[in-house]
Design a protein around this ligand. Structure first.
Ligand code: BG6
Length: 489
């Protein structure tokens, strides 16, 4: 393994695509504006479109202008970004075009190269192998792979095998953009930067954990992809399980790639299987029907898609992490499209006090402590405590639940909201893989999700309907209430 040095060339495959225009190119602009791109870095865009350099520069400029308000845009920074650009049309299934691309890479690089695959995953293997065949995938090069890596364990393994023939594992950066979010890194800071939580962070003191990723959007014109995927493949296999890993993992010895990933994989391997035997009791799949989001009527999933479908747009489940730290603590996970609110949060409910010294009404007021970590839409951490209700009540103390509330946008008022890809690009350009996902993690996550999908298939029932604008099917409420808990809302 040779130590990575800052990339001298970033080559983006799929550089004209939706992800590039919405996230990648504006992120590069922000890094440029903050002086964080390596000096001399060239950016080579590549896609099928027969653009030239000027055409690509126009696309980059339009993407930046669309995302970054005029008042916040720095013309010098934008010019600086545009000056770095190059463009080379290519497609992984066109050998001559890949040869020309590789020659271009060779000509433009003056040191390390970072490739970013932002295309359909079926092209990852062929593209990487073409790069290797032309001698531009060796030491000093690395590759970022977008999700989804496959649609099940078998296809993920095939993609990983194909990429591994060209790049060593420590040069492969699998993206889960949730790991690039400030709030997600803050979860790591909260757990491992404070002495307060660790002694309580286990089954003796924690009653239950909830991870919710609610979206109000529908399938946003991605019906073909989404209908093949569904919520379990699109969100659970990656974002939710990564959040679960960060909540549940043991403290890594260092905040560096191998140490962090070694702890995450142990969590994934400790997940109790949900399969045909228990899938009906432990999980709920749903699909939205017509409803309203913020008072605006929206169509159902099948209408949006234009045909009936059995794809789930919602999943809720009860996961168990079978190890000493978490034995018996349910991790309730749920995610869905067209839910009541856009909200990503982790809620940790502690056990109740072992004994209440308060009689009468105060005893009835008692609530267990809770820690709410809000990641979206705003970043907030709230610690829920019991406090005396002010007053001179003769019949004894009254208690109320109050919140110690840390709102990051109040606290760090000058900090700009960042796109997750700013962090991810910065790290990948500099060769730091801590916030990327290792092969064994992706495959362990698929193995676990595959069993659920196979369980649903054997069960043979369609997903349960829920009206758009609600928190999913009623069965998701009974799933958690059966165990004496309720969703934090
Ligand atoms: C993507 C999914 O990975 O994450 C999308 O494919 C989803 O379906 C998106 O909408 C959610 O990301 P964010 O950053 O908006 O929470």
């Amino acid at each position: 393994m040779t130590a990575a040095t800052p990339a001298t060339l970033l080559t983006i495959f799929g550089a004209t695509g939706d992800l590039a225009r919405r996230m990648l190119l504006p992120s590069l602009y922000s890094l440029q504006a903050e002086g964080l791109l390596p000096a001399g870095l060239r950016i080579l865009g590549s896609a099928r479109s027969a653009l030239d350099r000027a055409g690509f520069a126009a696309l980059v400029e339009a993407s930046v202008c669309e995302r970054i308000p005029a008042g916040e845009r720095d013309p010098t920074a934008l010019r600086g970004l545009l000056e770095r650009l190059e463009y080379q049309p290519a497609s992984a299934d066109d050998a001559a075009a890949m040869a020309a691309l590789a020659a271009r890479v060779q000509a433009l690089r003056s040191g390390d190269v970072l490739y970013h695959m932002s295309t359909a995953p079926k092209f990852y293997g062929p593209a990487c192998q073409a790069l290797a065949a032309h001698g531009v995938a060796g030491p000093g090069t690395r590759v970022m792979l977008e999700k989804p890596i496959g649609k099940d364990l078998a296809s993920a393994t095939a993609i990983n095998d194909a990429v591994a023939r060209a790049f060593d594992e420590d040069r492969i950066y699998r993206v889960d953009h949730y790991l690039g979010k400030e709030g997600v890194q803050n979860l790591i800071a909260l757990r491992f930067g404070n002495a307060l939580f660790e002694p309580l962070w286990n089954a003796r003191h924690i009653e239950q954990v909830q991870i919710t990723v609610g979206e109000t959007v529908g399938v946003e014109g991605r019906g073909d992809y989404y209908d093949e995927a569904g919520a379990a493949r699109d969100m659970l296999q990656n974002h939710l399980l990564q959040l679960l890993c960060l909540v549940a993992m043991e403290p890594p010895a260092r905040f560096e790639p191998t140490a962090v990933r070694n702890e995450k994989i142990k969590v994934l391997r400790s997940l109790r299987a949900i399969d045909a035997g228990n899938v009906a009791a432990e999980s709920v799949a749903g699909q939205y029907t017509a409803g309203a989001i913020d008072g605006v009527a929206v169509p159902g999933y099948a209408e949006e898609l234009g045909r009936p479908s059995r794809t789930e747009t919602f999943v809720a489940l009860r996961a168990l992490v079978d190890n000493w730290r978490w034995s018996g603590v349910p991790f309730y996970l749920r995610t869905g499209k067209r839910l009541a609110a856009r909200s990503t949060e982790i809620f940790i409910q502690f056990r109740k006090v072992p004994y209440s010294i308060f009689g009468g009404r105060a005893a009835a007021d008692m609530r267990p402590n809770g820690l709410l970590i809000r990641l979206q839409p705003e970043e907030r951490i709230e610690l829920q405590l019991m406090s005396k209700t002010p007053g001179l009540d003769r019949s004894g103390l009254r208690l109320s639940q109050v919140a110690l509330d840390l709102d990051f946008h109040q606290e760090f008022r000058n900090a700009r909201r960042r796109i997750a890809y700013e962090r991810l690009y910065l790290d990948a350009l500099e060769g730091n893989g801590t916030l990327f996902v290792r092969r064994d993690e992706v495959e362990a996550a698929w193995a676990w999700v595959d069993a659920i999908l196979e369980g649903w298939r054997q069960q043979g029932e369609p997903p349960r309907p829920y009206p758009a604008g609600t928190w999913g099917p009623a069965a998701a409420i009974s799933l958690i209430e059966r165990h004496g808990h309720s969703w934090h809302e």
